[in-house]
Design a protein around this ligand. Structure first.
Ligand code: FMN
Length: 186
């Protein structure tokens, strides 16, 4: 089994980002389990708290450590990633260059109501995860635009976007196999 952790960069109940994680969890192949981690209780990063981590931060770090890879779905906010996702990754990224993110597979997906689908936030997320020495899944960029049309009743319904996202997740699973020395999936 591959254990993937889903992180959505939006806290609101009707979030398109959460809907996309949920859809990918349901569409995942039988050997892949995707769990959405709710970031609502993660406080703002404070280095003073590193010695005695707040419980939700400890839970997040443990969940990332226990996972084989991350599916990160972030909305674009003001031409960058959302503060929710940046803050969560700042917590998880310590200690620098020796955190649970080192060699962790990451599939990056952005969302927006605009046709660009958060393409500018993509670049932002790539830069951040590179700095954490994570293994960013390589493939066609998955920036899901027009979310007010392609997310219906809390699920992504656009088959092309679902296929693209799943192709990126597959690329991450291949990378995980390489890093962990597992046999490539059939
Ligand atoms: C504070 C804020 C800033 C935003 N900035 C951008 C932006 O720069 N580019 C863009 O395409 N959409 C922008 N949007 C629209 C969001 O990307 C869009 O509403 C997205 O669906 C929100 O994600 P969610 O549905 O997961 O909450 C912004 C929305 C908010 C609330």
């Amino acid at each position: 089994m591959f254990k993937l952790l889903g992180l959505a960069g939006s806290l609101r109940r009707a979030s398109m980002s959460k809907a996309i994680v949920q859809t990918l969890a349901e569409k995942a192949p039988a050997d892949v389990e995707v769990t959405l981690f709710d970031l609502a209780d993660i406080p703002m990063y404070n280095q003073d708290l590193e010695a005695d981590l707040p419980a939700p931060v400890r839970a997040l770090r443990d969940a990332v450590a226990a996972s084989d890879g991350l599916i990160v779905v972030s909305p674009e906010y003001n031409h960058g990633m959302s503060g929710v996702i940046k803050n969560a990754i700042d917590w998880v990224s310590r200690p620098g260059y020796a955190s649970v993110l080192v060699n962790k597979g990451v599939a990056i997906i952005t969302t927006s109501e605009s046709p660009l689908g958060g393409a500018r936030a993509q670049a932002d997320l790539h830069t951040m995860f590179l700095s954490c020495l994570a293994r960013i899944a390589l493939g066609r960029e998955v920036s899901i635009g027009g979310t007010q049309k392609c997310v219906v009743d809390g699920r992504l319904v656009d088959e092309t976007q679902i296929r693209r996202a799943m192709t990126l997740v597959d690329a991450m699973l291949d990378e995980i196999c390489l890093v962990q020395g597992r046999a490539k999936r059939g």
